[in-house]
Design a protein around this ligand. Structure first.
Ligand code: URA
Length: 234
């Protein structure tokens, strides 16, 4: 058994002082419980995480990211900056990738994980995971647009979307749009086919996950245990 702060410092990632600060800030968990004491005793069997990332690497990591416009949803790109650049260096070694894509100019909730099995399940077309977007459009959304989304909008290429939901906001200049699939540029293509192109798009929900209002654009945080178990229940 050894002290938690000593064990953290032994990884070479933090000094003893930094390790104590991490514990004080509530960023360290031992076997999923937030560690409160820097002198807590731990042994080799204990699972220790900092910001949900196992200190020795290897375990699954789940991060909520508030994607800003201007970055691509990829792990690497020859020309463009990726969402991975928003995470600290030590996460880059953990194999994190975005579970699903948002367009370069779309903002909002993006799940970053290295759990391929979960991502695969969430993104499988038959999973029908709900996604809620806030969209502003050029034009005024009316009853006919609501009805069309409820029925399933036909896109320019003839694809008929699954029924969704559109709640008008701001006198029809914006809306909350819920979809249950994730076709390429789906919201933009749905609104374009209604003749009201999207001028701003932000994802607010992904399955059970809700974008944390306290996260600034470009900000991130580890998912809570509750959020992780909800994702697995999805
Ligand atoms: N629909 C779009 O058109 N773009 C996104 O980024 C997400 C959904």
């Amino acid at each position: 058994m050894e002290r938690l702060d000593k064990r953290l410092a032994a990884t070479g990632n933090w000094s003893r002082k930094e390790a104590r600060e991490l514990v004080k800030a509530g960023r360290v968990r031992v076997n999923d419980a937030v560690a409160r004491q820097i002198d807590q005793k731990v042994d080799d069997g204990d699972r220790i995480t900092v910001d949900a990332a196992p200190i020795e690497g290897g375990g699954p990591v789940y991060i909520m990211l508030h994607k800003p416009a201007g970055l691509v949803s990829a792990t690497e790109d020859a020309r463009e900056e990726t969402v991975l650049s928003l995470l600290p260096e030590r996460y880059r070694r953990l194999g994190l990738f975005p579970a699903g894509r948002l367009d370069k100019d779309t903002e909002g909730l993006l799940l970053m994980t290295n759990d391929g099995a979960l991502a695969h399940r969430l993104l499988a077309p038959k999973s029908h995971v709900d996604k809620v977007y806030y969209a502003r459009v050029d034009g005024v959304l009316d009853e006919a647009d609501c009805a069309a989304v409820e029925q399933g909008v036909t896109l320019g290429d003839g694809y008929v979307c699954l029924p969704g939901h559109l709640e008008r906001l701001e006198e029809g200049r914006a809306a909350l749009i819920t979809i249950h699939e994730g076709k390429y540029h789906q919201i933009k293509r749905m609104m374009a086919s209604r003749g009201k192109p999207v001028t701003y798009l932000k994802r607010l929900k992904f399955g059970p996950l809700v974008l944390d209002e306290n996260l600034p654009k470009g900000g991130w945080r580890a998912l809570t245990e509750q959020e992780i178990s909800e994702l697995f229940g999805q």
